[in-house]
Design a protein around this ligand. Structure first.
Ligand SMILES: Cc1cc2nc3c(=O)[nH]c(=O)nc-3n(C[C@H](O)[C@H](O)[C@H](O)COP(=O)(O)OP(=O)(O)OC[C@H]3O[C@@H](n4cnc5c(N)ncnc54)[C@H](O)[C@@H]3O)c2cc1C
Length: 380
């Protein structure tokens, strides 16, 4: 076992940090947060430097890096800024599924353009009546000759309004429940495939949110992603990687808030002393560092196995549970150290506080992570 990053991993981390420090200025982040807009120009720059889909194979437009490398990039980006950092990874839900389960033709069609930042993808699983429970979908896809006809709707889909294509989980055999689900790639502009924007999001506002409706949407049989009726299992495998990604972003956000609070505690004086000279504040800083370090170890462990082809669901769920809970606590304490200034929109902490909250809800809520961990423990 080696806890030291390799020189190549350190170089990736440094490059990601330098890029983020150059592009994710606080005023830029605040602007996108206020406008609720996806930062396309910055995204294109990130893509040009190989940070988008870096783990795609080189022939598919990627850098051939692994999940652990991507975790380092996510952490570095979100450490510099929670809003812009997390936005850089939010248009890859669909493409990641294609990378994992797509045919060579599908990979060649979708991945290079995605890695170049030209195409954005979305992953559409949640439905109004099916959030945590995706064992049955109301959205159905029925085979009709060489096509499938999709009807139904999806909700709370990240970047739905701007995605060029969506990967959609549908019921292909309703009687078989989760054993009768399949994934389809649906391109925007396909007749009958419509989208509405959902407004009023608390955080991660440099991404958009929307709902999809499918009304007799015809897709060719080549749009089937992976194996017919294995969609649920494909999704479960994919989401374990997604959980590690959310966990890594959470560690980054916690680190970013911690560093800001540490600096502020040394600069801010009350009662003639710096805040950092009060033992209560020192303990807060120590607790924050403990939370970050323990989460990071678990996230790195889950990512290390995954990058060696061993995706361990229990570890992925543990990493997400701990990393998100710890990050929420760390960022809340950072706000406490900033006092009233932390609560104002002019400071980063207020944005970090809003941005981190979703981490324990999407890609499976904390309760669902614990259900998975408990189920595995009882089976072992
Ligand atoms: C900003 C944002 C972005 C999102 N992006 C996407 C996206 O890109 N694609 C996508 O498909 N979805 C997306 N979602 C949806 C998200 O994944 C769901 O909100 C999430 O899975 C929870 O589903 P739900 O909201 O229906 O809550 P519910 O499933 O109704 O859960 C409500 C509460 O009950 C608890 N609960 C439910 N079942 C159990 C159980 N068995 N045991 C214990 N507790 C339980 C939950 O943990 C939660 O606390 C997004 C949501 C948001 C807010």
């Amino acid at each position: 076992m080696d806890f030291e990053l390799t020189q190549e991993q350190k170089d990736i981390q440094t490059a990601a940090r330098e890029f983020a420090e150059g592009e994710f200025q606080p005023e830029t982040a605040r602007e996108f947060d206020q406008k609720h807009e996806f930062p396309r120009a910055i995204y294109h720059k990130a893509a040009k430097l190989g940070f988008i889909g870096s783990y795609f194979e080189e022939k598919h437009g990627g850098q051939g890096l692994d999940l652990f490398d991507n975790v380092l990039i996510e952490e570095a980006f979100c450490r510099v800024d929670s809003t812009l950092g997390s936005a850089m990874f939010a248009a890859l839900f669909g493409s990641d599924l294609i990378m994992e389960f797509g045919s060579e033709e599908q990979k060649m069609k979708y991945l290079p353009k995605t890695a170049r930042g030209e195409w954005l993808s979305s992953g559409a699983f949640t439905e109004p009546a099916h959030g945590s429970d995706v064992t049955f979908m109301d959205t159905v896809a029925v085979k009709d000759g060489d096509e499938y006809v999709i009807n139904g709707g999806k909700t709370m889909i990240t970047n739905a309004t701007i995605a060029d294509y969506a990967v959609v989980l549908c019921q292909t055999n309703p009687e078989a429940k989760h054993k009768g689900q399949s994934l389809f790639i649906v391109e925007s502009g396909t007749p009958g495939f419509d989208c509405n924007e959902l407004h009023g999001k608390m955080g991660i506002r440099a991404t958009t949110l929307g709902e999809y409706s499918f009304s007799d949407v015809r897709v060719p049989k080549d749009a089937l992603l992976g194996t017919e009726n294995r969609g649920f299992y494909h999704f479960m495998e994919f989401i374990d990687v997604g959980r590690i990604n959310v966990a890594a972003q959470s560690v980054g956000m916690a680190l970013g808030a911690f560093e800001r609070a540490l600096k502020y505690s040394k600069e801010r004086k009350q009662f003639g002393r710096s805040l950092s000279s009060f033992q209560v504040i020192q303990h807060k800083l120590a607790d924050m560092a403990l939370d970050i370090e323990s989460a990071k170890l678990l996230v790195y462990k889950a990512a290390w196995f995954a990058s060696r082809g061993k995706i361990i669901p229990k570890l992925a769920c543990m990493a997400k549970t701990i990393a998100t809970a710890n990050a929420i606590r760390v960022i809340s304490e950072a706000m406490q150290i900033f006092g009233g200034y932390g609560y104002l929109a002019d400071y980063d902490i207020e944005r970090f506080y809003r941005d981190i909250r979703i981490s324990s809800i999407y890609e499976g809520t904390t309760e669902i992570q614990k259900n998975v961990v408990a189920r595995i423990l009882l089976q072992e």
